[in-house]
Design a protein around this ligand. Structure first.
Ligand code: HEM
Length: 625
């Protein structure tokens, strides 16, 4: 199974074997944003093998003992779960095994012979582009024994993501994508009635006005980064900084932790989140905030490692790393469930009952007195029959939003900064626009960024060239016809925004960074803003950085606003350039078909496609303006 060999899909999973033993939920979440560019380090072997003498327990020993006990507990829990195969899961696994042993289906799309797992893993972007070039926009592949169809054409993508979404193409059963107990059965992976209800309940929290409430936190966090980390200029890995920034913003949006302020490091000084010393909201103790950050940090490191090593070992298998991860998830669960409980109690105390608080949330005046974070919005959201989310559903959605929204946004910012550095004229035009609209000192706002078409086009074009979610996955739940071909039930279908966004039949000069290509659309009468470009697979049917159809990204508005606010605030203060040490005038080494023709200098960051299309690092020189 290739799932155990990490396909680089940015999104949607639901691998059947992932969701079997050891998982708290029965679904298998994908990790749109679970891995980070953090310098992942594991516990040194020496410290792992320390022995404990019960007679001489120091406080360090106590900590270690607690860790061991917690690991033991996690291990027992995982083994217990591992043995509770449900009949349904066993049947699914049997069906999959049966499929694996079958020859290539009749009338399957043409494609390269043999199993292409290694070719795909060794250079995913080139593999996707070259197979499309050779076999067309519907390619039949064998990956890890699975029959897979790669879709890179507009018509077929529309069928899969829009026209037959839910009826034929679902998430459940999609091969490859790693599952995890971290995000449980949240929006990314659930299907059917459960997904519909959760999406209905979550939608209000992502309406424009609701999202704009986070704009202040986004700008405050950026200004804090500029003051504390970028103030003195010099060279920095801005991708690492953006990872920290988006984690801070996401935690603020989810739980109300302070986003702007930077206090003394509260976690390990070398950790990527060391500067996130969250200030508590009314109902969040600073200890809880730190516990969450520490657990999230550990979980993200885990995913970086798993993604890099190919998800060879399933999450439920009791390796040291898996046990540490399970302990981190348990810690996270303790804190998050604690916060949910307390928030329920506080809201009930203020409003008389949770139901009264939910009613208050529907009136603009009363709602302004409620805590403005996603925890509160989701907790008070009500279905038509008046029911809300259970604690477990709430927890799963909060964790899903964390993993889906943090890294993807950092990746977008990282690539945008790199592209701006590589195209100084575009950067100067966008910077001039920010100054024109906001002046030199006033920070950008949710309203002012709507008057920055140049900046907007930079973000749109970055998402075209470097879509963080460069593949999305579905599973044909019944026998299906796609174009002239037949897909047996259970076939995994991978739609690749990366290839579609660089299709020369649709995009002029497809590999070049040309933000001005968006200006014509923006200048059209009645242009409704960037959100209008994201519906129905984009204006030309081949633009889907946030997916498309009913399962499109719920955080589109959040991510777009965050990108524009952060980039606007950065350009107002700083000039970004690629490092001088590299020979910028010479063409760089060939790094994949698309990059070779795009005219980017050798010092331009390399892509590192794993679960998401992230840059290896984005080292830039920062000069104050
Ligand atoms: C640049 C940033 C982002 C990109 C490129 C991105 C991309 C995507 C894509 C392509 C999908 C669809 C996956 C599929 O069709 O299988 C998706 C789904 C999703 N995204 Fe995002 N996303 C981003 C930011 C965010 C943010 C900020 C949040 C939340 C705060 C978020 C939450 C979600 C959720 C919950 C889903 C699942 C929606 C559903 O199936 O109902 N994303 N995202």
């Amino acid at each position: 199974m290739i799932r155990s060999a990490s396909l680089p899909c940015g999104v949607q999973p639901s691998c059947i074997t992932c969701k079997t033993p050891g998982f708290r939920s029965t679904a298998s979440p994908s990790f749109l944003g679970a891995s980070r560019n953090a310098a992942a380090t594991t516990t040194p072997a020496s410290s792992r093998s320390s022995t404990i003498s019960p007679h001489t327990l120091t406080s360090a020993d106590n900590v270690r003992l607690n860790l061991w006990l917690s690991l033991l507990q996690a291990s027992v829990a995982q083994f217990a779960a591992a043995t509770t195969y449900t009949a349904a899961t066993a049947t699914e696994a049997a069906l999959r095994l049966q499929r694996l042993s079958q020859p290539r289906p009749l009338n399957f799309p043409p494609g390269p012979p043999g199993d292409q797992t290694l070719a795909l893993l060794s250079d995913p972007l080139s593999f996707l582009s070259s197979t499309t070039k050779q076999y067309g926009q519907l390619v039949g592949l064998t990956l890890g024994g699975e029959h897979v169809v790669l879709v890179t054409g507009r018509e077929a993508a529309r069928v899969v993501l829009l026209d037959q979404a839910g009826s034929v193409y679902v998430k459940e059963g999609t091969a490859f994508f790693p599952g995890s107990s971290l995000a449980g059965n949240g929006l990314l992976v659930s299907d059917g009635a459960l997904w519909q209800r959760q999406r209905r309940l979550s939608n209000p929290a992502f309406r424009r006005t609701a999202v704009e409430a986070y704009s202040g936190a986004m700008v405050a966090a950026t200004r804090n980064m500029l003051d504390m980390q970028w103030g003195s200029g010099g060279s920095r890995d801005v991708y690492a900084d953006f990872n920290e920034l988006t984690l801070r913003v996401t935690l603020k949006a989810l739980f109300g932790f302070g986003a702007g302020e930077q206090q003394s490091p509260s976690i390990s000084p070398s950790s990527p989140t060391a500067h996130i010393a969250p200030s508590p909201s009314s109902s969040t103790s600073s200890e809880e905030a730190q516990q969450i950050v520490a657990a999230v940090e550990k979980a993200f490191m885990f995913f970086t490692q798993r993604a890099a090593t190919g998800f060879v070992i399933p999450e439920w298998f009791p390796t040291w790393d898996n046990l540490e991860f399970a302990a981190a998830v348990q810690q996270l669960d303790r804190v998050v469930y604690g916060m949910i409980k307390r928030r329920r109690e506080e809201l009930a105390a203020v409003h008389g009952s949770i139901e009264a608080a939910a009613v208050a949330a529907t009136s603009a005046a009363a709602a302004s007195a409620l805590p403005s974070d996603l925890l509160t919005s989701l907790l008070l959201s009500r279905d038509e029959d008046g029911s809300g989310m259970s604690d477990q559903a709430l927890r799963d959605e909060l964790m899903t939003l964390l993993v889906a929204g943090q890294e993807t946004s950092a990746i977008l910012l990282g690539w945008a900064a790199a592209l701006l550095a590589a195209h100084p004229e575009v950067q100067e035009r966008a910077a001039a626009e920010v100054t024109e609209v906001c002046g030199r000192d006033a920070p950008p706002t949710a309203t002012s960024v709507r008057h920055m078409p140049h900046l907007e086009s930079v973000v749109l074009e970055t998402l075209r060239l470097y879509s963080p979610a460069y593949m999305v996955g579905r599973c044909a739940r019944v026998d299906a016809a796609l174009g002239p071909y037949s897909l047996p039930s259970g076939t995994t279908v991978l739609v690749s925004p990366y290839v579609m966004h660089r299709d020369a039949a649709v995009w002029a000069n497809p590999d070049a960074f040309l933000p001005e290509r968006w200006r014509e659309l923006q200048d059209r009468e009645g242009y409704q803003g960037y959100m209008s470009l994201m519906s129905n697979l984009g204006p030309n049917g081949a633009y889907l950085p946030f997916g498309g159809g009913p399962r499109n990204c719920i955080g589109t508005g959040f991510a777009m606003m965050e990108a524009m606010l952060v980039l606007g605030a950065v350009l107002q203060r700083c000039r970004l350039t690629l490092p001088l040490s590299e020979p910028q005038s010479r063409p760089g080494p060939v790094r994949g078909a698309a990059e070779a023709t795009s005219g980017l200098p050798a010092s331009f960051p390399k892509a590192k496609p794993l679960l998401t299309l992230r840059p290896e690092s984005v080292v830039l020189r920062i000069t104050p303006r």
